[in-house]
Design a protein around this ligand. Structure first.
Ligand code: SAM
Length: 214
């Protein structure tokens, strides 16, 4: 993740290495710690021996939207996704599918927090990330907002989501928090209530990729 970050242009303010680790990336300051001290400052149970501190800016909403539309993609929008592991996984999946930008509505876990960054495998630095308000969606003139819904939406096979200006994914506990969007549902086997939000994102984003290639 740290190497991905530096390759993407992130400047490391501080690089902390465990004494047995050899890892060479540019940083403004580097510190080497004993294993005991390193473990006491690390937030993970089995750290890999590298900690980095850096600043990274989210881009303005309009810029993220423009970047997505230039490449013919909807802006991927997370509507209160609370688990940073899900947020990072969605970012990683979006980058893998080719989606250029992801926006985060209020109540979504911080995509630049340590757990989300780790779950994104550093891909959060490769795509545009933006904070957004629901009013930004409403102000998207001429662009259709689609929402992924666990039930009641148009079946994915028949839903023209490739024309979407934004594709909203709902929260783990509450689903989509805003009405007035056109909904798409991935049909699932009877008795299964819903997919994990990151799994749903993967199906939808790679379906978009498939349709774009067709
Ligand atoms: C765990 S589900 C939320 C379930 C929640 N109880 C509800 O009322 O919607 C989290 C999010 O994943 C997406 N999702 C889950 N299953 C889906 C499906 N079958 N089709 C489309 N999106 C789905 C939706 O965006 C949903 O809001």
């Amino acid at each position: 993740v740290v190497r991905e970050a530096t390759l993407a242009g992130v400047v490391l303010e501080l690089l902390v290495l465990r004494e047995d680790v050899r890892f060479d990336v540019p940083a403004e300051r580097t510190a080497v710690l004993s294993e005991r001290l390193f473990n006491s400052v690390s937030t993970t149970v089995t750290p890999q021996g590298v900690i980095a501190v850096a600043r990274w800016q989210a881009v303005p909403f309009e810029k993220a939207l423009a970047r997505a539309r230039e490449r013919g993609w909807p802006l991927v929008v997370l509507d209160g996704v609370q688990d940073p592991g899900n947020v990072g996984t969605i970012v990683r999946t979006a980058a893998a599918a080719g989606a250029p930008a992801v926006a985060f509505l209020e109540g979504t876990a911080d995509p630049l927090g340590p757990k989300a960054v780790r779950a994104s495998a550093g891909n959060v630095f490769r795509i545009a990330v933006a904070e957004a308000r629901w009013q930004d969606m409403e102000a998207m003139k001429g662009l259709e907002v689609w929402g992924a819904a666990a039930e009641g939406g148009e079946p994915l096979d028949e839903a023209p989501i490739e024309g979407a200006g934004a594709l909203v994914l709902g929260s783990e506990a509450h689903g989509l928090r805003h009405g007035g969007v056109r909904k798409v549902t991935i049909p699932a086997a009877e008795g299964v209530e819903s997919l994990n939000v990151a799994a749903a994102a993967a199906v939808l984003l790679f379906e978009l990729r498939r349709r774009q290639a067709a």
